[in-house]
Design a protein around this ligand. Sequence first.
Ligand code: GTP
Ligand code: MG
Length: 209
Amino acid sequence: MNIKNVELETVCGISSDLPQHDIIEVAFWGRSNVGKSSLLNSVWGRKNLARTSSEPGKTQTINYYNVDGVLYMVGLPGYGYAMTSRETAKKWMTMIRRYLETSQALRVVFLLIDSRHDPTEKDIEQFRLLFSLGFNPLIIATKVDKLKKNEKQKHIATIRRILTAEANKLIDGDEFDDELPVIGFSAATGEGKDDILEYLQYFKENIDV
Ligand code: GTP
Ligand code: MG
């Protein structure tokens, strides 16, 4: 997909009504600081339209970016940010759950996992939540520029193995054996960007609201 124009159209907080529209939404989720906002900027070829920070907990709202009037890319707040109070973390999670459960136009969720580490307990919990809500999350392993080439393949394979095992527990079959796609991505080098754009193109052409 060739992206020309991106606009931050709607920002939703804890008590906002979610917008309704007749083009699909594709959401980006993952733990705080994993690189969600950086990925969005990289895919758009924009510097800081989605605000990034080296401090976790930067994105605190559900941000709807209208991409060329053909789809919305939706940036979600991260989870697992240790410095938020338990109460605030709970409120964010309630907001995100409400979005995942009720958005009429949400069709695909990308779940971002830091490529340097195994998926955390929280990553696995959210992967399960997405599955239970009927999404087959697409996995993006972020910050691969921080790994050496041989480490990169190994880490991606481990993430795939762990989450494939989780998926198989949840679907009660072998549909996902070795097949769960994991895209290696770096906002620093642009690696994986074309893969994400290809997915977006596919969604745009093949999925309706
Ligand atoms: P929250 O909004 O807090 O949930 O975080 P986020 O997931 O949106 O992360 P963000 O994009 O703000 O990035 C967090 C930090 O990681 C920033 O310091 C980024 O510069 C850095 N970062 C993001 N992606 C990459 C990457 O691909 N490579 C490297 N080396 N650093 C990255
Ligand atoms: Mg962010």
